[in-house]
Every structure is written in C-alpha cells, then in structure tokens.
Design a protein around this ligand. Sequence first.
Ligand SMILES: NC(=O)c1ccc[n+]([C@@H]2O[C@H](COP(=O)([O-])OP(=O)(O)OC[C@H]3O[C@@H](n4cnc5c(N)ncnc54)[C@H](OP(=O)(O)O)[C@@H]3O)[C@@H](O)[C@H]2O)c1
Length: 282
Amino acid sequence: MAAKRRERRVVMVTGASSGIGRATALAFARNGDDVVLAARSPGALDLTAAECRSLGARVRVEPVDVNDAPALRRLAGSGDRIDVWVHTAAVMAYGRFEELPADVFEQVVRTDLLGAAAVARAALARFRAQRSGVLILGGSVLSFIAAPYMSAYITSKWGLRGLARVLQQETRDAPDIHVCLIDPGGVDTPIYRSAANYTGRVGRPPPPVDRPAKVASAIVGLAARPRRARSVGLANRFMRIGFAALPPVYDLLVGPLMRRAGLSRDPVGAHTGNVFAPLPRG
Ligand SMILES: NC(=O)c1ccc[n+]([C@@H]2O[C@H](COP(=O)([O-])OP(=O)(O)OC[C@H]3O[C@@H](n4cnc5c(N)ncnc54)[C@H](OP(=O)(O)O)[C@@H]3O)[C@@H](O)[C@H]2O)c1
C-alpha cells in the first residue's frame, strides 16, 4: 500500500530575510511545506522567497516590523491557517552597558523581547482559533548565561526564556498548541556585523560556530516533535554548567574570553547597525 502523503503545512517565519530565519524557511520549503516570509526588508525577503519557490514551496512575502503590533495581528489573521510560527527576528548591540546609548538599549529590548511577546500574542490568538499550532521562539545559549558587552541582548534573551516557560504553562489546556524555545550557540550569520557597536571592534561568533542550516534542521525537528527547549551547539552545556556551578571562575574568565573570541581585531566606529532600521543588503 502506498504511504499516505503528509499534508503541506503553512509555516510563518518572522526574521526570514537573513541568517537562521532564512535557512529555516529554506528547510521547511525543502521539506515540502509552504512558507510565509516576514521581516522588515522586502528586497531581502524576495530573495529568500525565490529560493523557497525553486524548492517547490508556495510562498507569501509579508514585510512587517515586529514592533508594529497591529501589523502583526493582521499577519496572524491572514491566510487559511498557520501550522507553525518560527520567530527568529532579533537585533543585537555591543558595548559596555554604561556606554551604550539608552535608546539603543531600549530598542534592542523592544525588538527582541517585546517584539517576541507581540509575535507570541498574535500567534497564540490564531492557534487558539484553529485549536492547534506550534510556536518556536528564537532563544540562545545567552538565554541561560551572561557575557559582558551584550547587556541589552542578554536581558532580552533571559526575558524571552521566562516568557516561553510561562506560555508553556498557560497553554497546557490546549494539547495541540505548543510553545518551544530554540537555543543556538554561535552561528555564522550577519547578526554580528549588523549589530550596533560601541566597543570599537567588530563582533564575531565565538567558537564553536555552527551553520544556520544546522539550527534550521533542529527547528524543523521541533515542529515535528515539539518539546520545551532544544539547544544547538557543542559548547552550550559546558558554558551553562560553568556559569551556574562556578560563578567566580566564570566571571574571571568570561571578560578576557569575550574580548579574544567574541570581538575581532577589525576596528569599527560607533554605530547603531540595523537596530532602528534594516541595513541595505551587502
Ligand atoms: N547568530 C547566532 O550566533 C545566534 C546565536 C544564538 C541565537 N541567535 C538567535 O537566532 C535568531 C536569528 O538570528 P540570526 O543570527 O539569524 O540574525 P540575522 O541574520 O541578523 O537575522 C535577523 C532577522 O531578524 C529580522 N529583524 C530584525 N529586526 C526586525 C524587526 N524589528 N522586525 C522584523 N524583523 C526584524 C532581520 O530582517 P530585517 O533587518 O530585514 O528586518 C533578519 O531577518 C535571533 O533570535 C538570534 O538572537 C543567533
């Protein structure tokens, strides 16, 4: 007897124009699903869309800023259904907390924490109406540990982990609605160069560095078999154990390690990167 063909799912990706979100859209397209691609840059979304279409997916492009709650609500209400919503949109800022302009700190937290909350609110409203859906939120190993020069990002990622845990508890009444957190370590994406920067040196992912496709494949796996959290990155477990078990040693080492491995030697003037508006591609 021929195997029953699985139905095509509709997968929303907020943050689909770059990095892990782009790789995730491609992975779902390759998997036989249809994708809705959202981020701020229409041009970059169109490029992801063309690649997804070449893999056989039906694609919709929906330029949106996650700080625009009404636009997110419209997005959540559009189309026949949304089976999976992957939220990877985020921005980053490097700099000592005291040297980071307050408006940059606040915009990173607004985008990475409050934007993610707005996405969760819109997605869960849609999932409640459908009685099903999987929401996958983009956490980080930095949702569990701290490192200097990344205060706004780490504040947001710790907050997002708390939010994800609460949502997991509050959706227990809906057995077919799931909320998951994906926690990558270092991944080779444009976020390090497009981050706002007040350190004088360009950021880079500390090793070991994974490819976005590896995280995307873990996300596709989470959508099929949802669980509370999934970590991707060989060193994540060791960093978390060191942070929790030996705080004085961790704090002694993390500054020098961050300056050596997390910041390159390339000089850069103070700039706001893509925090307030997307950067032109390239
Ligand atoms: N790369 C890593 O090493 C790493 C490690 C751990 C966790 N993560 C997490 O993984 C996720 C993806 O990061 P990435 O490295 O793939 O970054 P990326 O390549 O910079 O992609 C970020 C995406 O977010 C979108 N975005 C930013 N601000 C937005 C806004 N206000 N509204 C809508 N979309 C917005 C960007 O597109 P536009 O600029 O066009 O809006 C882009 O599509 C993030 O949550 C990040 O924190 C990354």
